[in-house]
Design a protein around this ligand. Structure first.
Ligand code: N1C
Length: 279
């Protein structure tokens, strides 16, 4: 009797052990499946976003195959140390997707991204880099590769503080250089009058774009200094704007105007105001 009870409790213990074991195995299986799914999604999401945004853009202008653009883009950084991607790595991509020059309508900016894009979204007067194919496709995204891998990663990528030659920074440097090379006629730049140095030599505008403006194509640079109504910090006589003028290719005329952000906002929303009359 006692023996039967003992063997019964042994059996119960064994089946409990089996049950726990099976539970652990199922849990491990679920974890592995979720991890694989997340890593695959990470990879496919980036390419999917790239191709979707590219196709949305090229539906306006069917000139480029988005799969070809993706292949040229990915070659710049895939399989490479994410701290060793120079701007030249994107040369073939830029060559495959040239900018259409929009003389007299090109808009550059520094530290005024939101004001500029609020304005350009409402009024079709100016063309920014984000209105071009590559600028619109990659705006707001992060990507990098890894040595020995064929994948694109969107997390764990080095930023500007970790290393200068990272894939995202080098991309913006290269594409901004291409956009500035195409600058022609009367060009506008919105700079931030709420900071002490509206023209910063280390910004992409200061270190790349201004240096590439070419007087054989470009007639004027019109700086719109966007100021805060209540407490403007900088005006058109700010010393950093003197540095900007020194950097400009001789032969390009320079103008500067202080405009409040509320005026830009109101003008953007006023359908009666024609292009160019907002300041
Ligand atoms: O360094 P910035 O500005 O002076 O760069 C702005 C300048 C513009 O004139 C654009 O033509 O360079 C071009 N540009 C972009 O269009 C762009 N879109 C998104 C440069 N950078 C761009 N980004 C991201 O913002 C990118 O990650 C880069 O490092 C920042 C720069 O913004 P900023 O310092 O205000």
């Amino acid at each position: 009797m006692e023996q039967r009870e003992r063997s019964g409790s042994k059996k119960r213990r064994r089946s409990r052990c089996l049950l726990v074991g099976a539970g652990v195995a199922v849990l491990i299986f679920i974890i592995v499946v979720v991890a694989v799914a997340v890593s695959l999604q990470d990879k496919t999401d980036f390419k999917t976003t790239f191709v979707r945004r590219c196709e949305e853009f090229t539906s306006k202008d069917k000139q480029l195959d988005c799969e070809t653009a993706w292949t040229a883009f990915e070659k710049a950084y895939v399989g490479k140390d994410p701290c060793e991607v120079p701007m030249g790595a994107y040369d073939p991509l830029i060559a495959a997707t040239p900018f259409k020059p929009s003389c007299n309508r090109m808009m550059f900016w520094s530290k005024t991204k939101d004001v500029v894009h609020d304005f350009t979204a409402k009024k079709d007067c100016f063309v920014t880099l984000e209105d071009t194919l590559l600028g619109s496709v990659l705006d707001g995204l992060t990507w990098c590769g890894k040595e020995g891998s064929t994948e694109t990663f969107t997390t764990g990528c080095p930023g500007w503080t970790q290393c200068e030659h990272n894939p995202v920074r080098s991309f913006w440097n290269r594409i901004s250089a291409g956009f500035a090379d195409a600058a022609c006629g009367d060009v506008t730049a919105m700079l931030n009058g709420s900071i002490t140095t509206p023209f910063h030599p280390a910004s992409i505008f200061g270190s790349i774009e201004v240096k590439r403006f070419n007087s054989t194509k470009m007639r004027t640079l019109n700086v719109v200094l966007v100021t805060d109504d209540t407490s403007p910090v900088a005006n058109c006589s700010n010393p950093s704007l003197k540095d900007l003028q020194k950097e400009l290719d001789k032969g390009i005329k320079y103008f500067c105007k202080e405009v409040t952000d509320s005026k830009i906002e109101a003008c953007g929303s006023d359908p009666q105001k024609p292009c160019g009359s907002c300041w």
